[in-house]
Design a protein. Structure first.
Length: 392
């Protein structure tokens, strides 16, 4: 489900980005050229603006407003690294200018370098705690580096000032949804319900509400939300896979099969749909039918644990033990906390005549099951969120 969420969020975050800030105090002798470059930028003529800024910098390499303007024009041309270097040169000449720090953070963010964006944005907020643009960008950068709690803390501050900003609420809800705490996921659910109410025709809103419902234990309600989204025109990407996954999760394998097949009709190369359809065939012991789907899945995405697990099962059945061991070792590497991979690997070792390796894996299985029993008792005592199936 995380992959589906990323598809939707990438289309949404760009709406929160604001233009770069300007820096004043341009030297008198370059004022007219500088104003012309600014005018060209407002008209979207960024390449022409770059040429003027470069001429100004040839005359005065320490012209900070020109460096800042150059950085802005380059970023708008998607020449992010060059824009970042221009901003860094400006800050080397005039350290601590919040407008340039903000522009630098924005450039890093647009370049997808969320880790680097955080530093300059924190500098801005240290000087200007009420700067909502810096606060928003920092929150989204923290989301990008999976620091969900701190991201939520920053975005909550902005949301109090902009309670009707649906894109901001969307990102805040994503932070809540990423938490393992049920109370946080319930906050996400409340936001997604509001977004769905405000935009009842939005397929994305229904999909995200469905994910939040699933995360808070309402899987059947989640299926209904995804089914509503599937009736949109055009059909949202991954929606049939999402419905299929929820059916798979609740062991409604016949219905899951139909949804995975529908997803593959829309997108024949969806590796997760291939992997989960293959899993259904393995459960039915239709190994030859499963094999090409699983092989196709890992050719496109070598991070799908369930595909390697099922390949290991098939190869063990075919008595191709080294292939089975290799596949199952990959499944273990991708998620060492899943006991089924260790158990299947133990069975493959036994079948291949390696009892010592098999015993080591069985020992791991026993430790994981003891931990699982302990975690279950803690959940029963009321401290944590409900357990979930494997997250695709």
């Amino acid at each position: 489900m995380r992959h589906i969420r990323q598809i939707i969020i990438l289309a949404t975050l760009s709406g929160l980005l604001l233009p770069a800030s300007e820096v004043s105090a341009q030297p008198v002798e370059g004022r007219e050229a500088y104003l012309m470059a600014q005018k060209l930028q407002r008209e979207g003529k960024f390449q022409e603006a770059v040429q003027i800024y470069n001429r100004l910098l040839e005359q005065n390499a320490k012209d900070v407003p020109a460096l800042n303007g150059l950085g802005s024009a380059l970023v708008n041309l998607k020449r992010y690294r060059e824009g970042i270097e221009a901003y860094k040169k400006a800050l080397a000449i005039r350290p601590g200018v919040s407008a340039i720090e903000l522009n630098l953070g924005l450039a890093y963010f647009k370049a997808g370098d969320f880790e680097s964006a955080k530093g300059p944005l924190r500098h801005v907020l240290a000087a200007q705690p009420d700067n909502l643009q810096a606060r928003t960008l920092l929150g989204m950068s923290l989301y990008g580096t999976r620091q969900f709690q701190e991201a939520a803390e920053n975005l909550e501050i902005v949301a109090r000032q902009q309670p009707d900003n649906s894109q901001l609420l969307f990102t805040l809800a994503q932070c809540y949804l990423a938490s393992k705490e049920l109370s946080q996921r319930e906050k996400a659910l409340a936001i997604f319900k509001k977004l769905e109410k405000d935009a009842p025709q939005s397929a994305a809103a229904h999909m995200l509400l469905g994910e939040a419902l699933d995360a808070t234990g309402g899987t059947q309600e989640a299926i209904r939300e995804f089914e509503i989204a599937s009736k949109a025109n055009p059909v949202p990407p991954q929606v049939h896979f999402a419905i299929g996954y929820l059916y798979w999760k609740t062991k409604r394998f016949d219905e899951a099969e139909k949804e995975f097949e529908a997803e593959l009709e829309d997108n024949p190369n969806n590796p997760k749909a291939q992997a989960y359809l293959g899993d259904i065939y393995v459960r039915r012991r239709e190994f030859e039918k499963a094999l090409p789907f699983l092989q196709a899945a890992i050719r496109q995405d070598n991070q799908i644990r369930i595909a390697y697990l099922n390949l290991g099962i098939i190869y063990t059945q075919k008595r191709e033990f080294q292939k089975a061991i290799d596949a199952l070792k990959t499944a273990v590497r991708l998620d060492p906390s899943e006991s089924d991979s260790h158990y299947r690997l133990a069975m493959a070792y036994y079948a291949a005549g390696n009892p010592a390796e098999a015993k080591a894996e069985i020992d791991v299985v026993n430790r994981l099951r003891e931990k699982s029993d302990k975690d279950l008792m803690q959940k029963i005592s009321g401290s944590s969120s409900p357990p979930h199936a494997e997250n695709p």
